[in-house]
Write a protein that binds this ligand. Structure first.
Ligand SMILES: NC(=O)c1ccc[n+]([C@@H]2O[C@H](COP(=O)([O-])OP(=O)(O)OC[C@H]3O[C@@H](n4cnc5c(N)ncnc54)[C@H](OP(=O)(O)O)[C@@H]3O)[C@@H](O)[C@H]2O)c1
Length: 281
């Protein structure tokens, strides 16, 4: 089994490649320099050269706010780039594991979104990932789509690292308290993705650490575990204007993992503890 990991310079891609290496599963990691997702010819030539048995596609245009004003680029990378990867995988008979997002959902109510629920993204980034999902499902037979949320890992910028930085600089931090979801530690997710890609259990999955919290609760726990004294001031999303609208409810139902016999990820506070240890806090 030879696995190609895209987005190797990103927080998830890095941890996926590390996990495959630890398991001694042959893997090739591609960054933007080798595999530019905005360049269809480059994608085709590169994947044909590597001839992977499976691709774990972690690379994406991930700047949710900037996507609102860079729609073309976001779609070129996330939709067209993924379409090209899917088409070559299908031709080569390779599996594709596509990492997607809870932003495909509108975030209404307070229930848990099932993998089969209708998508209706609220922002350009979410729409691009939803359209990429559709493209994968349309042109491939052997694919996994794994929706995650609020990723944090040691090799990238994320909400937790931002809170740590602000917590050291400020006495008070205003954080949104009416957007609820589950954080995802990329080390934990990488283990699941590496398990999954070795199977034939194709389909759509939701995967985050267990438990739910608001961004304000997550920030509060970051301060507590890191021993920082900054005060978290809960505010409403409407009082924190940003270019992209975000879903209020990002609770994801993970029963498709159970049905397929995959282990759920550990609880998010435990994941946070291990992340802080990993980055030396
Ligand atoms: N971060 C989150 O909270 C979150 C939440 C839900 C879903 N996801 C999804 O999870 C996956 C992994 O995200 P992440 O947190 O690891 O993101 P990340 O740290 O921002 O990394 C993104 C990766 O994509 C690469 N990339 C961006 N544009 C590219 C292009 N034109 N050609 C080739 N590579 C390109 C980046 O390369 P450079 O280093 O060169 O920029 C980087 O390696 C993505 O599919 C994302 O949509 C993330």
């Amino acid at each position: 089994m030879n696995i190609l990991v895209t987005g190797i310079t990103g927080q998830l891609g890095y941890d996926v490649a590390k996990c495959l290496n630890a398991r001694e599963i042959p893997c090739v990691g591609a960054g933007r320099a080798e595999l530019d997702l905005a360049d269809g010819i480059c994608i085709r030539q590169y994947i044909q050269k590597v001839r992977p048995d499976a691709v774990i596609h972690c690379a994406a245009y991930t700047d949710v706010n900037r996507a609102q004003s860079e729609r073309e680029l976001c779609r070129a990378v996330n939709v067209e780039g993924t379409k090209h990867i899917a088409a070559v995988c299908q031709e080569l008979g390779a599996k594709l594991l596509f990492v997607s997002t809870e932003y495909v959902f509108p975030g209404e109510g307070d229930g848990y979104y099932r993998t089969t629920d209708a998508t209706a993204p609220l922002n350009v980034y979410g729409e691009s990932k939803r359209d990429a999902e559709l493209a994968v499902a349309e042109c491939m037979e052997r694919y996994f789509i794994v929706r995650i949320s609020c990723a944090f890992g040691a090799h990238g910028k994320n909400f937790v690292s931002t809170m740590l930085k602000l917590g050291r600089e400020k006495e008070e931090i205003r954080v949104v308290c009416d957007q609820i979801g589950s954080p995802t530690y990329t080390v934990d997710l990488a283990e699941l993705l590496c398990d999954m890609v070795m199977t034939e259990k194709y389909g759509v999955y939701h995967a985050t650490n267990e438990g739910v919290c608001s961004f304000a609760e997550l920030a509060q726990e970051v301060m507590r575990q890191a021993g920082l004294s900054a005060k978290i001031i809960p505010i409403l999303a409407k009082d924190y204007p940003s270019p992209a609208i975000r879903p209020k409810n990002s609770r994801l139902d993970k029963s498709s993992l159970d049905c397929a016999g995959f282990c759920r990820l550990p609880e998010w506070k435990d994941a946070l503890r291990r992340y802080l240890k990993e980055i030396g806090v």
